[in-house]
Ligand binder design. Sequence first.
Ligand code: AMP
Ligand code: TRP
Length: 328
Amino acid sequence: MKRCLSGIKPTGMLTLGNYIGAIRQFVTLQDEYEMFIFIANLHAITVAQDPKELKTNTKNLIALYLACGLDPEKVTLFLQSDVKEHAELGWILTCHSYMGELSRMTQYKDKIAKGETNITAGLFTYPALMAGDIILYDADVVPVGIDQKQHVELCRDIVERFNNAHGDTFTSPQPMTPKVGAKIMDLQDPTKKMSKSEDNPKGTIALLDEPSVARKKIKSAITDSIGIVQYDIENQPGIANLLTIHSCLSGQSIEDIVQQFEGKGYGDFKGVVAQGVFDFLTDLQAKHNEILTSKIIEKTLEEGAAKATLVARNKMYKVKKKLGLQVF
Ligand code: AMP
Ligand code: TRP
């Protein structure tokens, strides 16, 4: 069975973008692949975190993974910091990455461009840690949203470099982005990605938003003055975004939805999208609350860490031997 791995940072509120771009894929892939899904808490601390909030976000994220349909019987679900080998391999790969290639990573460049000053060295070397996360398990595929594709590509370069220098050691992973929904946009500015860290909460739907609030956000999403429901990213990015959201949540194709709204106005269309989001969140949050009050989170993380550690430890032993770190 091929291996599939991915992770999400437990920072801020998980958004509808995270669900559509990432978690939804994890759920559909769990029957086909041997899956490793983790909470990237070592990545989270590349920017300052409030420890209490980090704890709450971590519990919420694992509960959301489960509520979205990940089955701990099929998937190894774990916390990154519970498996020490991530930090260990991350360091080794930092020593196999070049300053030049790390400086070309968009996420880092964007922060510099925005004039952010408190950029930690960890934020800069983060793609090397991420490469370690992936190849520690010899993952074949990595389902991610478009913004993370570049990091998986860098991982492939690092694998090639390492394997050339030390002999065949790691599997080169393939990034996998969904055909529809790889980049859900902000509802108030559909040229920007919907993001957890967004300052304007009206543009972002958090998975734990009150469903009626989410409904309002969809209804007040920015559109255009063309007035025809059709998929035209260039001229109607707001409508294209709503079409994508509706298609992903309802399972209908974009063409079918467009046909359904032929001759109808944006009001009707938004009403249906908003109701779909309302129903989705209501159902998800009921499951989420049930999971949070049970003991299942603790058990899942404990078992997940044990399973992941077995694979990771074995791999690290081989890596350390190749590098001459393991003497006996
Ligand atoms: P992050 O929120 O940056 O930790 O991202 C976690 C996962 O969700 C990654 O695979 C991202 O690519 C994906 N993701 C985040 N925001 C969006 C979005 N607006 N649309 C689609 N995928 C997203
Ligand atoms: N960097 C990813 C993000 O910000 C999270 C992540 C960390 C990840 N390690 C990973 C995703 C390994 C896929 C594979 O979303």
